[in-house]
Structure formats: C-alpha cells, structure tokens
Design a protein around this ligand. Sequence first.
Ligand SMILES: [Fe+2]
Length: 334
Amino acid sequence: MVDDDAQVRSALVRVIESQGLECLEAASGADALDVLRIQGEVPVCISDIYMPEMDGVTFLREALRLYPDMAIIMLTGVAEVTTAVECLQLGALDYISKPVLIDEVRARLQKALEKRELILQNRFYQQHLESRVGELDRRNKQSLINGVQMLVHALEAKDAYTSGHSARVSRYAVKTAVRLGYTGDRLEAIRLGGELHDIGKIGTREAILNKPGPLTMDEFEHIKVHVMLGERILAPFLTESPSVLRIVRSHHERMDGGGFPDGLRGDAIPPEARLVAVVDAFDAMTTNRAYRPSRTPPEAVEELRQCAGLHFDPDVVEAFQAAFPDVAALPLHV
Ligand SMILES: [Fe+2]
C-alpha cells in the first residue's frame, strides 16, 4: 500500500488485512521500491499517484520493469482520468477513484488477484507447452537421425566401398558448405544429404557395385538408377527437407549438362547438389574402388580444378580447397 497520506494508507491497510492478506506500507514510490527490494515481489500493489519524492507513475514504470508480473492498482483523483488511462497504458492492472469506498477496494483487490493468477497460469501453460513442443521436436530430429543411420548401415552392409564414404562425403560437404555461407537448417540438409546421397544403391546389384573392371553401358544405366531410386525411398521420410531430396537426385548432374538423371546445366542444378557432387567426386577419387586404385589427394584436387566449369561448380571447388587447405591431411578418416 503506497500513499504519502498516512490516514488513507492505514485505512486501506486495514481493509486489505481484513481480507486475510498481509500488507506492507510505503509513503512514496522510492520507499515502495526499497520495501520491494527487501521483501521481494508482492502479488498486488495499490499506489497513489501524487506523492513527494517519486510519484505513482514513475513508481509504476520502475516497479513493472523490476517485477513485470506484479498487479498494480492506481489510486486516482476524480479529475485525473487522463493520468489513470496513462497508467493503464503503462501496464497498471486497474485504478480506483478517490474518495475510496471500502467495498470497491475489496472487489478490485479480489479481481486483481484473480487476474494475476490467470496471467501466471497462462504463462505457465504456454511455457510448459513450448518446452513440450521443443522436446517433441528434439525427439523427432533424433528419430530422423536414427532412421538415416539405419539406411546408411543397410547400404554399407551391401557395398563395402560405401562404408565410410557417406560419412566422409557428409563431413567434406559440411565444411565446404560453411565456407559458402550455409548455416542452420540449410547446413543440416547438407549434412543429411551427404550421408544419404547414394542410398539408392540399395537397389543396385552387388555384382555391379563390386565389379572389378569397367562397366558396360547396360551396367552403367543400371547404376544411374540409384539417384532416382534414392529420392523415391526417402521422399515419404523427408517431406520437410526437399533440399536433401535434391541432393540425392541431382548429385550426378554436371555443369555442362552431361550428367544424369535430368541433364541439368549450370545454375539449373540445385546448389546443394552441385556442392555434394564435388566432395563426392573427391572422395571417390581418393578411395580404393573395386575397379581402380585411388588417386592421391593432390591429384584429386588437381582433377577437380581441371574439371571446374565443365563438370563441377568452380565456386564449390574453390570453397572445398579453402575448407581443406592442408591437402596432405586428406582423406578424412571417419
Ligand atoms: Fe552417387
């Protein structure tokens, strides 16, 4: 109860205490802030407007800044309607006109307490709901990651070469993507897309996957299917991540239009697929495959540079080199 008029103050304190409530007193805004500092936040505060030292409006502002959940009721003279409205705009919950009627104080006090309770409850539910939604979101993401791991393991069980390939491509891709300014969800899509880009090889015949010599035309056509099959396998699972699907479908496109499956050219190739195409090729070149021994990392980088513009996006080749300046430390071991 904040009022410089001791008579009004003690009368109101009695009213409040008669409600079974505990009441603290202060003779000015500054006093009231001191009391609050010592006692901590109170649920409801009734404050006069005209007081020496610190007036009610200043007190209201300061009190709400420190204790935003406090319900504040202002006491106003009949002629102070404008100030009362200003107080409501500043966040006061209510105002009572002087001269004060005891029954009115009781009723407003009760109402203010109820209103504050509702606001707090509301906030609690909202926060609770937010954290619950956040938890569900985390679990969803975890199931997605588990699902991705399951698919990658399924492919690796069938094709020894891909063991580690997906993980390395993903790591090369993420570091290169960071160089290109990818962040947040876009970067996460690169990580997933790197892991999953070859998942369609689950449908490729093992004899072809592990063939020691060069492929016949028919065999190559059969291998090419993996990009579209991968997209089809993942589509129901990744409805919210279209860029991962674009990586899976388009990571064998070439800048000159000579790639597959769509023969896209230049900028028509999704940027995330152009990115994975470069690091995929690098890892393919620096890993022993069934049909040929690996190249050294410097040879592979040179090959990327030679083919920049024709086969690969030159910006990505540059970003890849910037991301891995120490070629001697490559390939990555995962
Ligand atoms: Fe592939």
